[in-house]
Design a binder for this molecule. Structure first.
Ligand code: ITT
Length: 207
């Protein structure tokens, strides 16, 4: 079996492929197709954007589609970059540019109260959020789900696994950043892992 995921993000593809592997479901991403319509990702929420991506691609290909819209919400930045996580440092920004922008924004706040005296490296609490949406071949929602993962933004990157903001996302319970965890560990505790579990339950509840 095969499922189309409406994403061009290789990091997402790898993680979702690993999560679907147990069920022998292979993933096709937008990189496997050409001539697809432009996706206008102008929703106000992760859930809205996941639906927009899934629906656009389902209507174009005429098959069921899953989409993942995700991002990082930082408390000290009032929830930013949020739905703008992929383009925080500008359209087409690299992960490194986005990470630098995040550190700059947090250091610019320079509110000493945000920084616990015993650990000067923690800049803010934060959470990763992932919305998944499964639509049928006509673009109607079959199931939706959201998952979150709590952590803290640290002042210097650590680790080189994962993607995006993983090197700056510290998880106290593991004393490691998301980029220091193995992909198996990450998938077990991540926003994406939780969202997929919840999507599976939503699908089972329907059938
Ligand atoms: P698609 O729309 O093609 O799926 P995208 O990267 O543009 O890819 P989003 O709009 O959902 O997707 O933005 C997600 C951004 O949030 C992503 O680029 C990362 O910067 C960040 N992000 C999401 N999940 C993450 C994770 O597991 N680890 C680190 N950063 C993550």
């Amino acid at each position: 079996t095969e499922i189309v995921v409406a994403t061009s993000n290789e990091g997402k593809v790898k993680e979702l492929a690993a999560m679907f592997a147990d069920e022998h479901i292979a993933i096709k991403s937008l990189r496997d197709f050409s001539g697809l319509p432009e996706i206008v990702e102008d929703g106000a929420t992760f859930a809205d954007n996941a639906y927009i991506k899934a629906r656009t691609i389902a209507l174009s290909l005429g098959v069921p589609v899953v989409a993942d819209d995700s991002g990082l919400c930082v408390d000290a930045l009032n929830g930013d970059p949020g739905v703008y996580s992929a383009r925080y440092a500008g359209e087409g920004a690299t992960d490194e540019q986005n990470n630098n922008k995040l550190l700059q924004s947090l250091l610019a706040l320079s509110e000493p109260s945000l920084i616990p005296v015993n650990n000067p490296h923690i800049l803010s609490r934060a959470r990763f959020v992932c919305a998944l949406c499964l639509v049928d071949a006509t673009g109607h929602i079959i199931a939706q789900a959201q998952g979150e993962c709590e952590g803290q933004i640290i002042s210097a990157p650590r680790g080189n696994h994962g993607f995006g903001y993983d090197p700056l996302f510290y998880i106290p319970e593991y004393d490691q950043t998301m980029a220091e965890l193995t992909s198996e560990q990450k998938n077990r505790i991540s926003h994406r892992g939780h969202a997929l579990q919840s999507l599976r339950h939503a699908i089972e509840a329907k059938s």
